[in-house]
Design a protein around this ligand. Structure first.
Ligand code: CDP
Length: 202
């Protein structure tokens, strides 16, 4: 039996950590859909045409080095506005969501477009300052030579592009549970998410 959990939210909201914690708690599979867009974006930085890159995407591409850099994040949000790029990635995401044993998918349009019938929808957010600070510390720990100002600018630019695009814009589904992590650790947010899922499980 499938059981899908959709976790959406703006850039660096902590969706990754939270999704992994929820998936581990329930023994569900997890798909970071941002990685699909990052992998396509990374290919465009090498000169590949975006739609071609999306159509030819392989599982191996998701393990490529450097997908977490800010340049790739920006490239991802630029290819993510293209309808044909999004369309090329739909089947893979929906098949993943339907897998037996449960699945957690995190992204921007999971609860609204990819899995509108998901059993649980969460929208995880925090102020841009808090999100940028968390991402800055993450990148710093990886040895990425970034500045706080750069990271805040990246987060704001991607949020604007993700929210304003015509195709699958970033917004909470009408039936999503909002989790604002501005004043909460990601660990506490994960506990809250687990409680929401627990209450909806058959
Ligand atoms: O980890 P972070 O929140 O910074 O970004 P991500 O989830 O890896 O997503 C990178 C970019 O891919 C986003 O800024 C979006 O433009 C795009 N994306 C999307 O359009 N739809 C998704 N389901 C996931 C990501």
């Amino acid at each position: 039996m499938s059981f899908t959990i959709a976790i959406d939210g703006p850039a660096a909201a902590g969706k990754g950590t939270l999704s992994k914690a929820v998936a581990a708690h329930f023994g569900f599979a997890h798909l970071d859909t941002g990685l699909l867009y990052r992998a396509v974006g990374a290919k465009t930085l090498l000169g590949v045409e975006p739609i071609e890159a999306a159509l030819a995407l392989t599982a191996e591409d998701l393990n490529a080095q450097g997908l977490r850099t800010q340049d790739v994040a920006q490239a991802a949000s630029r290819v993510a506005v293209i309808a044909e790029v999004r369309a090329a990635l739909v089947d893979f995401q929906r098949a993943f969501a339907q897998r037996a044993g449960g699945a957690v998918l995190d992204g921007r349009d999971i609860g609204t477009v990819i899995c509108p019938d998901a059993a649980v929808k969460l929208f995880v957010t925090a102020s841009a300052q808090v999100r940028a600070e968390r991402r800055f510390l993450e990148l710093l720990a990886k040895g990425d030579p970034c500045t706080r100002e750069d990271v805040l600018a990246d987060v704001k630019a991607r949020d604007a592009r993700d929210m304003e695009r015509v195709e699958a814009p970033l917004k909470p589904a009408d039936d999503a549970v909002l989790i604002d992590t501005s004043q909460m650790s990601i660990e506490d947010a994960a506990l809250r998410a687990i409680a929401v899922v627990e209450a909806r499980k058959p």
